[in-house]
Design a protein around this ligand. Structure first.
Ligand code: GAL
Length: 396
């Protein structure tokens, strides 16, 4: 029998141990690197809710507007309904100083950004800004390319809670590479800044977005027309597997209340965004919104669908001609079900309970009428208006 303690065998063992370490190190170096996680999952445990200037005001942003909007978020009840972010989109920045620091438009924001952020925070709200990962923003203001860390540090020093980062003038750049720079800068800043990636679906952001930001746009821009809104909203089927708490698909901001759609079309917009667990960023002038707009934007039962703790994005379970049925499973075991009619006249739609895995006897509640419909057996048939929706909660 060989004595395991003989010196020759001992040094053999040492060499083989060293070799194993070397081999392991080489294998580890050859493996893909562990993907760094996004910086701030907890800041968007449910889809972010708030307001953004772009859809209504475009470049017409100012300190005065943002303060008035913050006041209105509180006075209209939007804050209590869950809308927390007040976000300035493009056009607040004009140039860079010699040291590269971003310069805020001195005419439109005479106090600078920090006092404005403080004001928004004093209302119990959160403050957001916009930049671009390329060389210029879409409105040709300075972009953050090669200033990624510096800009995030500046935003953090102002008290920014949300940053939307666009993709104009980014020719030759790779979205996953550029956006990861902001993720790392946010992590370094130590501030839990919500990170909204806005590259319109270029290079399938749902595949790298979850490890990079909290939300990523999946399409080009929305507009205040039923055709555009519905093409975007109904095209989200299949993306549900990429979303979850902390990381969301973003089919763009809301157009509700901007006047270009009819009542039933706006109900479709809000219902679909809720079923999609989409970020809810109002894009209207909330200082002067109608009661009708308020009742849609602030319906607590519809907001609860969007914000449901399970964090599952809904998907289409059935369609036939212009009719579509979408379902979102909820934390309490029930389901939100949207019966949508994309057609040009009212149509009867039947929800078969077995299509959605509901028991043959189920309780139904209509979330727009805010009325219990009672217990139904096997199916439920409703008339759905042209371009409209019947939004239900289906439970045992
Ligand atoms: C677009 C973006 C819009 C808005 C606009 C500002 O690229 O999708 O949501 O931010 O730029 O210029």
């Amino acid at each position: 029998m060989v004595n395991p303690n003989t010196p020759a065998l001992g040094s053999c063992r040492l060499i083989s141990a060293l070799l194993s370490v070397l081999v392991l190190a080489l294998v580890a170096a050859a493996l893909p690197r562990a993907t760094p996680a996004q910086a701030t999952p907890a800041a968007a445990a449910t889809p972010p809710m708030g307001w953004n200037s772009w859809n209504k005001f475009g470049c017409n942003v100012s300190d005065k507007l943002i303060r008035e909007i913050a006041d209105a978020v509180v006075s209209t009840g939007m804050k209590d309904a869950g809308y927390r972010f007040v976000n300035i989109d493009d056009c607040w920045q004009v140039s860079r100083a010699a040291d590269g620091a971003i310069i805020v438009d001195p005419e439109r924001f005479p106090n600078g950004m920090k006092p404005l952020a403080d004001y928004v925070h004093s209302k119990g709200l959160k403050f957001g800004v916009y930049t671009d990962a390329g060389r210029m923003t879409c409105e040709k203001r300075p972009g953050s390319y090669e200033h990624e860390v510096q800009d995030i540090q500046t935003y953090a020093s102002w008290g920014v809670d949300y940053v939307k980062i666009d993709w104009c003038y980014a020719e030759g750049l790779e979205p996953p590479v550029q956006y990861a720079k902001f993720r790392d800068a946010i992590a370094q800043s130590g501030r839990p800044i919500v990170f909204s990636i806005c590259n319109w679906g270029v290079k399938a952001p749902w595949t790298w977005g979850p490890r990079t930001g909290n939300l990523w746009r999946t399409t080009g821009d929305i507009s205040d027309h039923y055709d555009r809104m519905s093409v975007i909203g109904f095209s989200q089927d299949g993306l549900e597997k990429f979303a979850g708490p902390g990381h969301w698909n973003d089919p763009d901001m809301l157009e509700l209340g901007n006047g270009g759609m009819k009542h039933d079309e706006y109900l479709t917009h809000m219902s679909l965004w809720a079923i999609l667990a989409a970020p809810l960023l109002a894009g209207n002038d909330i200082r002067s919104m109608s009661d009708e707009t308020k009742s849609i934007l602030m319906n607590p039962e519809v907001i609860a669908i969007d914000q449901d703790a399970k964090g599952v994005q809904g998907h289409r379970v059935w369609d036939e001609g212009p009719l579509e049925i979408w379902v979102k499973p909820l934390a309490d075991g029930s389901q939100a079900v949207g019966l949508f009619n994309r057609g040009e006249s009212p149509l009867q739609t039947t929800l078969d309970f077995n299509k959605i895995g509901a028991p043959s006897s189920a309780k139904l509640r209509d979330l727009w009428q805010r009325k219990d419909l009672g217990t139904m057996k096997n199916s439920y048939t409703a008339e759905v208006p042209k371009h409209g929706v019947v939004l239900l909660k289906v439970s045992k």
